[in-house]
Design a protein around this ligand. Structure first.
Ligand SMILES: [Zn+2]
Ligand SMILES: [Zn+2]
Length: 153
Protein backbone atom coordinates (compact mmCIF):
# COMPACT_ATOMS: atom_id res chain seq x y z
CA UNK A 1 0.00 0.00 0.00
CA UNK A 2 2.77 2.36 1.01
CA UNK A 3 4.67 1.78 -2.24
CA UNK A 4 1.70 2.38 -4.52
CA UNK A 5 0.91 5.58 -2.62
CA UNK A 6 4.48 6.77 -3.23
CA UNK A 7 4.17 5.94 -6.91
CA UNK A 8 0.90 7.81 -7.07
CA UNK A 9 2.47 10.85 -5.43
CA UNK A 10 5.46 10.92 -7.77
CA UNK A 11 3.10 10.54 -10.72
CA UNK A 12 1.03 13.49 -9.54
CA UNK A 13 4.17 15.55 -8.93
CA UNK A 14 5.34 14.95 -12.50
CA UNK A 15 1.86 15.95 -13.67
CA UNK A 16 2.34 19.23 -11.83
CA UNK A 17 5.71 19.69 -13.50
CA UNK A 18 4.12 19.17 -16.92
CA UNK A 19 1.40 21.73 -16.22
CA UNK A 20 3.93 24.30 -15.08
CA UNK A 21 5.95 23.77 -18.24
CA UNK A 22 2.80 24.06 -20.37
CA UNK A 23 1.76 27.30 -18.72
CA UNK A 24 5.24 28.74 -18.64
CA UNK A 25 5.27 28.89 -14.84
CA UNK A 26 8.44 28.42 -12.90
CA UNK A 27 8.39 25.13 -11.03
CA UNK A 28 10.06 25.95 -7.77
CA UNK A 29 11.08 23.62 -4.97
CA UNK A 30 8.63 25.48 -2.71
CA UNK A 31 5.66 24.90 -5.02
CA UNK A 32 6.47 21.21 -5.30
CA UNK A 33 6.75 20.87 -1.53
CA UNK A 34 3.38 22.56 -0.99
CA UNK A 35 1.71 20.18 -3.41
CA UNK A 36 3.50 17.16 -1.92
CA UNK A 37 2.32 18.13 1.56
CA UNK A 38 -1.27 18.38 0.35
CA UNK A 39 -0.99 15.00 -1.38
CA UNK A 40 0.04 13.47 1.95
CA UNK A 41 -2.65 15.23 3.99
CA UNK A 42 -5.73 13.26 4.94
CA UNK A 43 -7.57 16.02 6.78
CA UNK A 44 -8.51 18.59 4.11
CA UNK A 45 -6.26 21.29 5.61
CA UNK A 46 -6.79 25.05 5.47
CA UNK A 47 -4.16 27.26 3.81
CA UNK A 48 -2.88 28.16 7.27
CA UNK A 49 -2.50 24.52 8.39
CA UNK A 50 -0.70 23.59 5.20
CA UNK A 51 1.60 26.57 5.63
CA UNK A 52 2.52 25.49 9.19
CA UNK A 53 3.39 21.98 7.93
CA UNK A 54 5.53 23.08 5.00
CA UNK A 55 7.24 25.67 7.20
CA UNK A 56 8.73 22.89 9.34
CA UNK A 57 10.81 21.81 6.34
CA UNK A 58 11.15 25.17 4.57
CA UNK A 59 11.33 27.83 7.28
CA UNK A 60 11.66 30.65 4.71
CA UNK A 61 8.36 29.92 2.98
CA UNK A 62 5.69 32.63 3.10
CA UNK A 63 1.95 32.26 3.60
CA UNK A 64 1.50 34.20 0.36
CA UNK A 65 3.44 31.57 -1.60
CA UNK A 66 1.13 28.88 -0.21
CA UNK A 67 -1.94 30.94 -1.23
CA UNK A 68 -0.64 31.53 -4.73
CA UNK A 69 0.45 27.93 -5.26
CA UNK A 70 -2.97 26.62 -4.18
CA UNK A 71 -4.70 29.07 -6.51
CA UNK A 72 -2.52 27.83 -9.35
CA UNK A 73 -3.24 24.16 -8.56
CA UNK A 74 -6.94 24.90 -8.29
CA UNK A 75 -6.98 26.58 -11.66
CA UNK A 76 -5.27 23.53 -13.16
CA UNK A 77 -7.99 21.30 -11.59
CA UNK A 78 -5.40 19.42 -9.60
CA UNK A 79 -6.93 20.17 -6.23
CA UNK A 80 -10.40 20.81 -4.84
CA UNK A 81 -11.59 23.56 -2.57
CA UNK A 82 -14.24 22.75 0.01
CA UNK A 83 -16.13 25.74 1.33
CA UNK A 84 -17.29 25.38 4.93
CA UNK A 85 -19.85 27.44 6.79
CA UNK A 86 -17.21 28.65 9.27
CA UNK A 87 -15.70 30.46 6.31
CA UNK A 88 -12.30 28.82 5.94
CA UNK A 89 -11.68 27.14 2.62
CA UNK A 90 -10.26 23.64 2.97
CA UNK A 91 -8.22 21.86 0.32
CA UNK A 92 -7.58 18.33 -0.92
CA UNK A 93 -5.85 16.79 -3.90
CA UNK A 94 -8.26 15.80 -6.64
CA UNK A 95 -8.87 12.06 -6.35
CA UNK A 96 -12.14 11.29 -8.02
CA UNK A 97 -15.80 11.93 -7.32
CA UNK A 98 -16.71 12.00 -3.65
CA UNK A 99 -18.64 14.14 -1.19
CA UNK A 100 -18.07 15.63 2.24
CA UNK A 101 -19.42 15.45 5.75
CA UNK A 102 -18.44 18.39 7.93
CA UNK A 103 -18.76 18.41 11.71
CA UNK A 104 -19.86 21.80 13.04
CA UNK A 105 -18.17 21.18 16.38
CA UNK A 106 -14.70 19.77 15.63
CA UNK A 107 -14.61 20.90 11.95
CA UNK A 108 -13.43 17.48 10.84
CA UNK A 109 -14.18 16.68 7.22
CA UNK A 110 -14.96 13.10 6.23
CA UNK A 111 -15.12 11.86 2.64
CA UNK A 112 -17.98 9.70 1.46
CA UNK A 113 -19.20 8.32 -1.85
CA UNK A 114 -22.79 8.22 -3.07
CA UNK A 115 -23.05 6.30 -6.33
CA UNK A 116 -26.86 6.68 -6.55
CA UNK A 117 -26.58 10.46 -6.34
CA UNK A 118 -23.71 10.61 -8.85
CA UNK A 119 -25.71 8.76 -11.49
CA UNK A 120 -29.11 10.33 -10.70
CA UNK A 121 -30.47 12.58 -13.48
CA UNK A 122 -30.94 16.20 -12.33
CA UNK A 123 -34.52 17.53 -11.79
CA UNK A 124 -36.09 19.22 -14.88
CA UNK A 125 -35.57 22.77 -13.60
CA UNK A 126 -31.82 22.16 -13.53
CA UNK A 127 -31.89 20.89 -17.10
CA UNK A 128 -33.62 24.13 -18.08
CA UNK A 129 -31.09 26.15 -16.17
CA UNK A 130 -28.16 24.88 -18.20
CA UNK A 131 -25.39 22.33 -18.18
CA UNK A 132 -24.22 20.67 -14.98
CA UNK A 133 -20.47 20.51 -14.44
CA UNK A 134 -19.63 19.22 -10.98
CA UNK A 135 -22.13 17.91 -8.45
CA UNK A 136 -20.82 18.10 -4.91
CA UNK A 137 -22.68 17.40 -1.72
CA UNK A 138 -21.63 18.95 1.56
CA UNK A 139 -23.51 17.66 4.57
CA UNK A 140 -23.04 19.51 7.85
CA UNK A 141 -23.92 18.22 11.26
CA UNK A 142 -22.31 16.84 14.41
CA UNK A 143 -20.10 13.77 14.22
CA UNK A 144 -20.55 10.77 16.51
CA UNK A 145 -17.35 11.58 18.45
CA UNK A 146 -18.67 15.03 19.32
CA UNK A 147 -22.12 13.64 20.14
CA UNK A 148 -20.55 11.18 22.59
CA UNK A 149 -18.60 13.99 24.27
CA UNK A 150 -21.82 15.97 24.62
CA UNK A 151 -23.53 13.03 26.32
CA UNK A 152 -20.74 12.67 28.88
CA UNK A 153 -21.14 16.27 30.07
ZN1 LIG B 1 -17.05 16.44 15.51
ZN1 LIG C 1 -12.51 14.96 0.19
Amino acid sequence: VKKSQNQDISQKLSGFEAICREKGLKLTHQRLEIYRELLLAKDHPTVETLYQRVKKRIPTISLDTVYRTLAMLEEADMINRIQTSEGHARFEPDYGVHHHLICRKCQNITDFTWKAFDTMPPPPEIEQWGEVGVKNIVIEGICSDCLRKEEKK
